[in-house]
Write a protein that binds this ligand. Structure first.
Ligand code: GAL
Length: 431
């Protein structure tokens, strides 16, 4: 019989014992604060959670159920002040630079370098995630804002075509109303009105004028005839909406479109993810086209995750998360669920549906087509955004306010706003 020798016993069994305890110790985790609460957004989060778990990284969910970026950013602020910051957070656009300049974000330079992000990402995305020559955010996907979704069944039953101009859009309104269908679903929430308005402004002008308004905030641009035209078009669009316009969440509007209560919806293409999640296949239950007058342009909203620089103890987990979200395998699946397009220039377009392929084609055509979303924080600082959004909303809600009055109010108000330093897109003058 073999004699028990402690050293041999240790050699045989200790690795197993260690492995058990090591796994527990090594199972790294990151808490991620975000605002994704809709069906498709939750599916996207679940996908991320599952993929990361396969690589021994636990995603601890930090959902702030506000349904938009404002609530999430307030929660993030208070958690940082309370010394209880999460390891990662969804922060988009100018907020990334605002937080980075306060020294609150961890750089992920080494991840970007080893993943060759500079070469692999769209240049626009690559520029967005850098602050003072450091990479401070991991990009997830690119959403297109100027998208018009329409219910295919309604359109084919009534023998209608999706509108290619605002005149065609106007002609659809009585036909849909006579059939008892709301032509255009819309919410009165401030950010949803701003999302519609930025698209409308582009539709009646061009990217250079759009940037005069939302990036450069030139008082003269607010007094321009094109700005007046955008306000008039916004007011005209109310004829296609329920009266009064309800204060609904965007996912409820998606459901109205899916259920056939509404025929069209103008919104970022996260709606596509939602419609798919509701069981509607692209080009079967619904389809999408660019909003009239904007087919050549892509108003973009890039989703990004930042890592909070608490101390270095979580750095390796945070870097792993950053590395994962940009990996080609995850990019393709995640963006399919989310409704966006990958941030990688060499993504496989063969796996995309018609909406994504079209968004991809326009976005990848270059900077002349790429227009930063004002409502989704790609164009200007937070103070200016809030102030301008409130004015647009006031005009939208108050039918008594004249177009000229709204123009004057805004032209006066923007003089007091900060000059744009945060918006990376301030330099992009697509003239
Ligand atoms: C956007 C965000 C999208 C989507 C949307 C609605 O700002 O970029 O990913 O979640 O809000 O929640």
């Amino acid at each position: 019989m073999q004699q028990f020798r402690p050293s041999r016993w240790r050699r045989l069994f200790m690795p197993c014992l260690l492995a058990v305890s090591c796994t527990a110790a090594q199972a790294q985790s990151v808490q991620v604060l975000h605002w994704w609460k809709s069906l498709s957004e939750q599916q996207a989060v679940n996908l991320l959670t599952t993929k990361l778990a396969q690589d021994n990284l636990q995603w601890r969910d930090g959902l702030v159920p506000s349904g938009s970026g404002v609530g999430a950013s307030i929660v993030l602020k208070s958690r940082i002040l309370a010394g209880n910051a999460p390891e990662a957070a969804q922060l988009n656009g100018v907020l990334v630079s605002e937080w980075a300049e306060l020294g609150l974000l961890l750089d992920i330079d080494s991840v970007a370098q080893s993943g060759k992000w500079e070469k692999n990402l769209f240049p626009k995305v690559w520029n967005l995630i850098q602050v003072k020559n450091h990479v401070v955010a991991a990009p997830l996907g690119v959403h297109r804002i100027n998208t018009l979704f329409y219910n295919k069944k309604i359109f084919s039953k009534l023998e209608l075509e999706p509108p290619a101009s605002w005149e065609e859009f106007d002609q659809l309104i009585p036909k849909l109303q006579q059939a008892g269908i709301t032509p255009l679903a819309q919410s009165s929430e401030i950010w949803q009105v701003a999302t519609l308005f930025e698209t409308v402004l582009l539709s009646v002008s061009n990217p250079a004028f759009y940037q005069d308004v939302f990036v450069r905030k030139q008082p003269s641009a607010f007094m321009d005839a094109r700005f007046a035209q955008a306000l008039k078009r916004l007011r005209l669009l109310k004829k296609a909406m329920p009266n009064p316009v309800p204060d609904k969440l965007w996912m409820d509007l998606s459901r109205q479109l899916a259920d056939g209560q509404a025929a069209m919806l103008i919104m970022g293409d996260w709606v596509k993810g939602e419609l798919n999640a509701l069981g509607q296949s692209t080009d079967v239950g619904f389809s999408c086209v660019a909003v009239p007058g904007t087919a050549a342009y892509h108003i973009y909203d890039v989703d990004t995750l930042v890592m909070l620089a608490k101390d270095n103890s979580k750095r390796s987990a945070q870097e792993k998360l950053a590395q994962w979200v940009v990996s080609p395998a995850l990019q393709q699946e995640y963006n399919q669920v989310k409704g966006s397009i990958p941030v990688l220039r060499n993504a496989d377009t063969g796996k995309m549906d018609s909406c994504a392929r079209n968004a991809w084609k326009v976005f990848s055509s270059g900077t002349a087509a790429q227009v930063p979303s004002f409502a989704h924080r790609m164009a200007t600082d937070e103070i200016s955004r809030d102030a301008m959004m409130n004015e647009i909303h006031r005009f939208f809600m108050d039918d008594q306010m004249t177009v000229g009055e709204a123009q004057k109010r805004m032209a006066t108000m923007v003089r007091a706003l900060p000059k744009n330093k945060a918006g990376n897109d301030a330099q992009d003058i697509n003239r």
